[in-house]
Design a protein around this ligand. Structure first.
Ligand code: PLP
Length: 460
């Protein structure tokens, strides 16, 4: 692949004339709803070539791993499906790793963004931008407990980053406790909390983090007592109520309550990372509601922008914000909370509530989960089982290769699904919450066919 894509070096020198004509050409493409055969062919070969030359040739192998012929170049989407440039339609069981909670391009989110764009795209940075204030108020209305303030970001990792800084400000400490299997992003602060060596090792030393077994309240108790005794006190305990990239692992009953109690006892902040589990995905607006435990800080991202705009949030209580209010320049961002992204998030909250999508997620999850487990029972040489809440479900396979085979076979049946980052034996089921019963049934039958195909291919 990479040999075929080797470009001539001279292509990379400055050429403003070429940049001008190519940008005009791409603008024409963007303006088109459909492409003719020649344009499609050109688009596919150019996108693959440029990905290799100018994005990352190494990533091509992984990123497009289930579409091994490289012809699936995405072009448009809507509801629970997306189409490639040739018009082939896929059911999206991956949901952009949990972005498309309200579906792809929900009309209400699109319309809010378009109307806002027609008036003002980015704020002046100096005046009071109204949508930020409405969104912050709405967030305080939908989040549990005393969460009151929002700092808006452009991504999940930035939301976690802000939670870490607020914890440091609130406690004057800098030691964080995370969990094994956690994923909090890859910017240098959040990366400390992400638990897998392969992502962290090249960048050590990071902030001061220790990782404990997820769900083990006794381990947390011992560590917090020990750090308190030694004076190396904990600024925050950072937990995903349901670990996403770790393989869809649910906090066992009582774990979040124990974490809350220990944080209160030792003066640490409790941070819930709901970047993936939030915004209705698990059958409640936020996964922590299952336990009735509220954090001091919450990180949001992914589905918060309705799958249309990138926006996240660090949401905090009064005590986490006090020092930041004294000096609001301690944490700033140029684009975070811009009006277009706020419009998308406001529309997303409205859609989640008006269409009662958290309840829809709960009901669809209850439909899927037993059926997935029954498939695991029938095909136990390939599939171990399924777990999760609402439409945040993990299907565990006997090993990585078998899971990958199933994902590849599903893709051949026009269904997109993918593994989790830290535990590749687990394929995640995170479709848009608006997915229909018919689409779920199509997924279930394609899954059974795909597993049967693996049995045949591997003579199991
Ligand atoms: C729980 C959690 N936190 C943080 C992040 C990082 O979000 P982003 O990729 O938008 O930076 C992710 C991304 O998968 C996530 O799942």
């Amino acid at each position: 692949m990479s040999q075929k894509l080797q470009p001539a070096k001279s292509k990379f020198s400055t050429d403003l004339k070429a940049a001008r004509s190519e940008s005009a050409h791409v603008l024409e493409l963007i303006g088109k709803k459909t492409l003719d055969a020649e344009e499609r062919e050109e688009l596919i070969s150019t996108a693959v070539q440029y990905w290799s030359d100018h994005v990352n040739a190494g990533f091509l192998q992984y990123r497009k791993s289930v579409s091994t012929d490289y012809t699936a170049v995405e072009w448009d989407d809507g509801g629970s499906v997306f189409r490639d440039v040739n018009g082939k339609e896929f059911i999206d069981m991956l949901g952009g790793f949990g972005i498309y909670n309200v579906g792809h391009r929900h009309p209400k989110v699109l319309s809010a963004v378009q109307r806002q764009l027609e008036r003002q795209a980015i704020h002046s940075q100096e005046l009071i931008d109204p949508l930020r204030t409405y969104l912050a108020h709405l967030v305080s209305l939908i989040t549990p407990g005393e969460l009151q303030y929002s700092f808006f970001t452009n991504s999940g990792t930035e939301s976690v980053e802000a939670c870490l800084k607020m914890s440091m400000l609130a406690t004057g400490r800098h030691h964080f406790l995370g969990t094994i299997g956690a994923f909090h992003g890859k910017s240098l602060g959040a990366l400390g909390g992400t638990s897998k060596a392969v992502f962290r090792e090249p960048f050590l030393p990071l902030l001061h983090w220790s990782h404990l077994p997820f769900g083990d309240a006794d381990a947390l108790k011992t560590m917090m007592a020990s750090f308190d005794f030694s004076g190396d006190r904990v600024a925050a305990v950072v937990i995903e109520p349901i670990q996403g990239e770790g393989g869809i692992n649910m906090a066992p009953p009582g774990y979040l309550a124990a974490a809350r109690e220990l944080c209160d006892k030792y003066g640490a902040m409790l941070v819930f990372d709901e970047v993936q589990s939030g915004m209705g995905r698990t059958g409640k607006m936020f996964a922590c509601e299952y336990d009735g435990i509220t954090p001091d800080l919450m990180a949001l991202g992914k589905g918060f922008g309705g799958g249309v705009m990138p926006i996240g949030a660090c949401v905090g209580t009064e005590k986490t914000w006090a020092k930041y209010i004294e000096n609001p320049f301690l944490h700033t961002t140029t684009f975070g909370g811009n009006p277009v992204c706020c419009a998308a998030a406001i529309a997303t909250i409205n859609v989640l509530l008006e269409e009662d999508l958290p309840a829809a997620a709960a009901e669809k999850g209850e439909y899927l989960l037993p059926r997935l487990n029954s498939l695991a029972g029938s095909y136990s040489k390939v599939m171990v089982g399924a777990r999760g809440r609402g439409l945040m479900i993990g299907m565990e396979f006997v090993n990585n290769d078998l899971g990958y085979d199933v994902a590849r076979n599903l893709f051949a049946r026009n269904i997109l699904i993918s593994g989790t980052y830290i535990n590749s034996r687990v394929l995640r089921v995170e479709p848009p919450l608006v997915i229909s019963r018919q689409q779920l049934d199509r997924f279930l039958s394609a899954l059974e066919e795909s597993i049967k195909q693996v049995y045949q291919e591997r003579a199991l």
